[in-house]
Design a protein around this ligand. Structure first.
Ligand code: 3PG
Ligand code: MG
Length: 407
């Protein structure tokens, strides 16, 4: 989506204001434990700034997918506790996100207080973007701050509807995410390249189509590369691939050629007959994949090729691992390329922006998390941005901007 103008916390005179802060507290949880607190930690600067300026900070968020039902196991209560721990100060949790209980809690807030309201998706109107629910959110506050970039692809009452009813601002995390995407794709320093991995072309068609228009080089890895190779007549053995996407893959190659976007495909592969940890593997050129084997990672020659190519870039966007990185040794190429991206980033010669789905876990697994210019906290929203789609949560911020500042 194109760059948009939006108001930030710099434009908000927060002192004494009731601020409805849309966060994304949808953190991964296993056995009641938060397995990755990144989204909580990234939210802290906005909450701290608002509280310090004397706002009453009313945090709303969805959690998981209760589908309009009050599901006790999906209460935001435990996440609110974790947020309080991260902030190092108590936050009040309210077991409803609208209505008398929420109103009562807000009425008793002092400047600088933080409350967290219950899961917005306990109401069916949230996902339906019900105007009545949006009004009920708006009734609690004087203004709205959206810091949930990772939920901005959803046109829901707490991400979109309410932004049309209150003066609205982007929080610091939202601002950082938008700036990073702007640097990576909308106004990048060229040459700009993208690494796109993952398993299926069919789920990334829009993304590749949009990237082709914007980048100078597209490096394709993961099982998706198998489909591109097979479409060119390479025998990929038993590798995962989408036979019905060959025409599409060829059309993508042709379009890239017309646009002067270089496509980089694997030249060798790590193959095995079973997809299991530490099975015997064979490294072969892509022209010699055994008929009974599967490509599970790109090979060392491909890693060298990719590293050479990346060294020519000034900006890199990364979405999707190069191999089946969850299982050793098929994480080797992703790890090696990640380390090179980190090295170039640390050296100040490459701006690197990564995000979406498995990418963050792959980069964390490679141990380079702190050495990438920006790693998005978003999954689906990051992908939809790469697809060139308009994100409703962000558009709503922009519209308010135009309405609030008549020329
Ligand atoms: C996410 O984790 O992608 C966001 O929190 C949005 O959640 P959703 O995919 O359930 O809408
Ligand atoms: Mg999602």
């Amino acid at each position: 989506m194109a760059t948009i103008a939006f108001k930030t916390l710099d434009h908000l005179d927060a002192a004494g204001k009731k601020v409805l802060l849309r966060a994304d507290l949808n953190v991964p949880v296993r056995d009641r434990q938060i397995t990755d607190a990144t989204r909580i930690l990234r939210l802290l600067p906005t909450i701290q700034e608002l509280a310090q300026k004397g706002a009453k900070v009313i945090v709303v968020s969805h959690f998981d997918r209760p589908r309009g039902q009050r599901v006790p196991a999906l209460s935001l209560g435990p996440i609110a506790d974790a947020l309080g721990d991260a902030l190092g100060r108590p936050v009040t949790f309210v077991d409803d996100c609208i209505g008398p209980a929420a109103q009562k809690a807000v009425d008793s807030m002092q400047n600088g207080d933080v409350v967290v309201l219950e899961n917005t998706r306990f109401y069916p109107g949230e996902e339906q973007n019900d105007p009545e629910l949006a009004k009920a959110f708006a009734a609690l506050a004087d203004c709205y701050v959206n810091d949930a970039f990772s939920a901005a692809h959803r046109a829901h009452a707490s991400t979109e509807g309410v932004a049309r009813l209150l003066p609205s601002f982007a929080g610091r995390l939202m601002e950082t995410e938008l700036n990073a995407l702007n640097i990576a794709l909308e106004n990048p320093e060229r040459p700009v390249g993208a690494i796109v991995g993952g398993s299926k072309i069919s789920t990334k068609l829009d993304l590749i189509g949009n990237l082709l228009e914007k980048v100078d080089m597209l490096i394709i890895g993961g099982a998706m590369a198998n489909t591109f190779l097979a479409a060119q007549g390479v025998d990929v053995g038993r590798s995962l691939q989408e036979a019905d996407m060959h025409d599409t893959a060829r059309a993508i190659m042709a379009k890239a050629h017309d646009r002067g976007c270089e496509i980089v495909l694997p030249v060798d592969a790590v193959t095995a007959t079973d997809f299991q940890a530490d099975v015997p593997t064979r490294i072969v050129p892509v022209s010699a994949i055994p008929t009974d084997a599967m490509m599970l990672d790109v090979g060392p020659e491909t890693v060298k090729l990719i590293c050479t190519k990346i060294a020519t870039l000034k900006t890199l966007v990364w979405n999707g691992p190069l191999g089946a990185f969850e299982i050793t040794p098929f994480d080797a190429a992703t790890n090696a390329v990640a380390r090179e991206v980190a090295r170039l980033t640390d050296a100040g010669v490459l701006k690197s922006v990564a995000g979406g789905g498995d990418t963050v876990s792959a980069l964390r697994h490679a141990g380079v998390e702190g050495h990438i210019s920006y790693i998005s906290s978003a999954g689906g929203a990051f992908l939809e941005w790469l697809e060139g789609k308009t994100l409703p949560g962000i558009m709503a911020l922009e519209n308010i901007f135009e309405r609030a500042l008549p020329i």
